[in-house]
Design a protein around this ligand. Sequence first.
Ligand code: F6R
Length: 250
Amino acid sequence: MNLVKVKNHEEMSEQACRIVLDKVSSLPSPVLGLATGSTPERLYELLIDQYNRKAVSFAHTTTFNLDEYVGLDKTHSNSYRYYMENQFFKKIDIQKSHTYVPNGTGDDLEQECLHYEKLITDAGGIDLQILGLGLNGHIGFNEPGTSFSTKTHVVDLEFTTRKANARFFRSAKEVPHQAITMGIETILQSKQILLLVSGKQKAEALQRLFYGDATEEFPASVLKNHSNVTIIADEAAGVPGTARSLSNRK
Ligand code: F6R
């Protein structure tokens, strides 16, 4: 794993923006794996800015989001489809039919998972997958204990994850109990992975990722088994290998 140490969330987003731009500009039909949540919000703003300056076009890009809540349709303001439309897709020139987010409202969610896997395969796989890091080490919504060999599947969200995400909802009770997520194996099949880590609430997870073994009890640790992973972590997250990182663990 290649670690890039940056000062803050802004610098993390700028570095990530450069990597995404390089990928999108260097491939004829790039396929991006995207995340939601707080971590990549600024990255999307910077990419929109680059698009407005005509420095990049997404006309030939295809995207696959990591996950979606079960039961929230695309018009629900907390659905990840809604997030992506409003924070990114409708502000760039991507073709809507080339943007994929799992559908958490279908009658047959198992079928939806199989279909999502097939779509990724048919697109030629993901060239660059962007990930955030869950407090419990989840990637996508793969919670601790998930087998490293899972493909896209339906997951029961942990209490800690629902609690962490309650900040986006009017009340904690509204946070769905289930989600569809790309599996760990799906994520690992991406050609390149970019993990973004910002904020002191992530310090403990980042330390564990760096110094712990690869174990299903800590999903992000699977990234140790991939040959092209870049982690961009800011000072608040306690960049491993520095005195600051250790003092930030509290
Ligand atoms: C989001 C996702 C999650 C988040 C993680 C961190 O699509 O798959 O794994 O990346 O929960 O969330 P934030 O960025 O809000 O701290």
